[in-house]
Design a protein around this ligand. Structure first.
Ligand code: GUN
Length: 292
């Protein structure tokens, strides 16, 4: 078994980005500027957004964090999105999901200028992804594909089984790995809550990607000998041995599965850091696309 070390891979990407920023500074060019909108106080979302801002600082990007209370009206959020669309100093921005129930996530996503949509969630960017046209790829799937690519894993002709069909991970990663690209050219099966014979389907996976947020759901029995296992789950579970009282747990029963597979991502330190690295790549591209 080889660990797919997302943290180490993301660290190399961050070094490359920091160098690009340094060169831009030396040439008197603009520095990328990412803004993030966070609504409410969900612990997970706060951790992710803080990590995004911290990464901007680390690699030399500018960043702006905009926070709202849980009760913020949809119109206020839409107005902020509009003002960020028009703000020439901002190259790209994200609205951290999920949003409170009274806010229509798709309405907010659709209000973002596709050229500033560094999360790649706008229908225009999803369409570009499907058609393999230039655009912004969603950060988590892009991070998974980059992790596969930078670790020399062959995908062509392989059977990839994806657990979960979310707009953020399951759906886009399925499309990206099925495209006629490298990495890509997989035969992809998307599975979800209505899938029958899930265990048998998973057993035939050369590449198994789980993005369902159910700790320990993927058991040893579901994994083929020599498979590549990518765990996107990051659920907080109680852990009294930690000072903060919790730890992150993936969808995969890591200890039981690790000796059966060829590659496996840890949680934390697997897909998470790659998501942030991909967001930074998109932000640099957003700025470059505007000829800045
Ligand atoms: N919530 C979970 N993952 C993501 C992500 O990649 N971007 C945003 N905006 N929200 C998320």
């Amino acid at each position: 078994m080889q660990l797919l070390d997302g943290k180490a891979t993301a660290d190399s990407i961050k070094k490359e980005l920091a160098l690009a920023v340094k060169l831009r500074k030396e040439q008197g060019k603009k520095i990328p500027h990412l803004a993030a909108i966070l609504v409410g106080n969900d612990g997970g979302s706060l951790t992710y957004v803080n990590a995004k801002v911290k990464t901007c600082d680390l690699i030399g990007f500018e960043s702006t964090l905009i926070r709202y209370d849980d009760s913020v009206p949809e119109e206020i959020l839409l107005a902020k999105v509009k003002s960020l669309n028009e703000d020439k100093s901002i190259d790209g921005f994200i609205v951290q999901l999920p949003l409170p129930k009274h806010i229509d996530e798709m309405k907010i996503t659709q209000a973002i200028d596709p050229l500033k949509d560094v999360d790649g969630f706008h229908p225009v960017n999803i369409g570009n992804m499907v058609l393999d046209l230039p655009g912004f790829l969603p950060a988590t799937p892009a991070g998974i594909v980059e992790l596969i690519s930078r670790n020399g894993i062959e995908t062509s002709g392989k059977h990839c089984v994806v657990l979960g069909r979310s707009n953020i991970v399951g759906m886009p990663v399925s499309i990206m790995l099925a495209r006629n690209t490298t990495p890509g050219n997989c035969t992809v099966t998307i599975t979800h809550s209505r899938t029958q014979n899930l265990v048998e389907i998973c057993q035939s996976a050369d590449i198994l990607i789980s993005a369902i947020g159910r700790p320990g759901f993927v058991t040893k029995e579901m994994v083929k000998e020599g498979a590549v296992v990518i765990d996107v789950g990051t659920t907080r579970v109680e852990d009294s041995t930690r000072a903060r009282g919790w730890r992150l747990r993936g969808d995969v029963d890591f200890d039981a599965v690790k000796d059966k597979c060829s590659f496996i991502t840890p949680v934390p330190g697997g897909v998470g850091p790659m998501t942030i690295a991909s967001l930074m790549i998109n932000t640099l591209r957003a700025m470059e696309l505007k000829g800045k």
